[in-house]
Design a protein around this ligand. Structure first.
Ligand SMILES: [Fe+2]
Length: 218
């Protein structure tokens, strides 16, 4: 079962996902969106005796990757992966991009308090990439490089900030695109209603139980 660690000042879900399937040793996992509170994430991993094979990012916003420098230092063999369109949020030169986001929402001290240079991506993701049993869905809109990690066989979707149990991602930050978000949400709407949703904030749900932004439009 995936486990959520609610991290950082924006209460982001960091998902610890045990990895199944061929090619994975025992006790391997992916850590999705280590947004902050790295010590707590590491403590949970140790408690479950899990070792991260990957550090996956659903997108580049700081509340989803603030814990990445410490996680990456603790598990240097874990590959950091993000969509190519959001790769500029990683690495030593990413500070300006994060500052632009938080300037937009008026949280001027957020970057000073929470940003530290993170390692660059070890792998750039694209639509259709396979990561073990997971498939990468490129879902731009909230940011240009938003992705979801979808395990079709298990019926699990890690949706980041594209879709929540009771809402959808904002598009007013730099790089946001409302029309792209609508197209991305339509893709998710075509998935089975029984798929379990593990979003970037808030409770888990099922696609069929989520607030449906298209209900009044159809
Ligand atoms: Fe976000």
């Amino acid at each position: 079962m995936p486990e959520s660690v609610v991290v950082g000042p924006a209460a982001a879900n960091c998902w610890i996902v045990p990895l199944r399937g061929p090619g994975f040793g025992p006790r391997r996992c992916a850590v999705i969106d280590p947004g902050g509170d790295a010590a707590e994430i590491i403590a949970r991993l140790k408690r479950r005796r899990l070792v991260p094979e990957y550090l996956w990012l659903t997108h580049g916003h700081l509340d989803h990757l603030g814990g990445l420098p410490d996680l990456s230092a603790a598990f240097p063999e874990a590959a950091v992966a993000i969509h190519a369109a959001d790769a500029g949020y990683l690495g030593a030169a990413a500070e300006a991009r994060h500052r632009a986001d938080f300037r937009r929402v008026g949280a001027f001290d957020f970057v000073d308090r929470f940003w530290r240079p993170s390692p660059p991506a070890g792998r750039l993701l694209a639509e259709g990439d396979r990561l073990g049993l997971f498939e990468v869905l490129h879902l731009p809109g909230h940011t240009p490089g938003c992705v979801a990690f979808y395990d079709r066989a298990a019926g699990e979707l890690y949706s980041g900030d594209t879709l929540f149990a009771s809402g959808v991602g904002r598009t007013d930050l730099p790089g946001g695109d409302p029309q792209a978000l609508l197209r991305s949400l339509r893709r998710l709407r075509a998935l089975p209603r029984t798929v379990r949703l593990y979003p970037g904030h808030g409770p888990a749900s099922r696609l069929g139980d989520c607030w449906d932004p298209f209900e009044s439009l159809d």
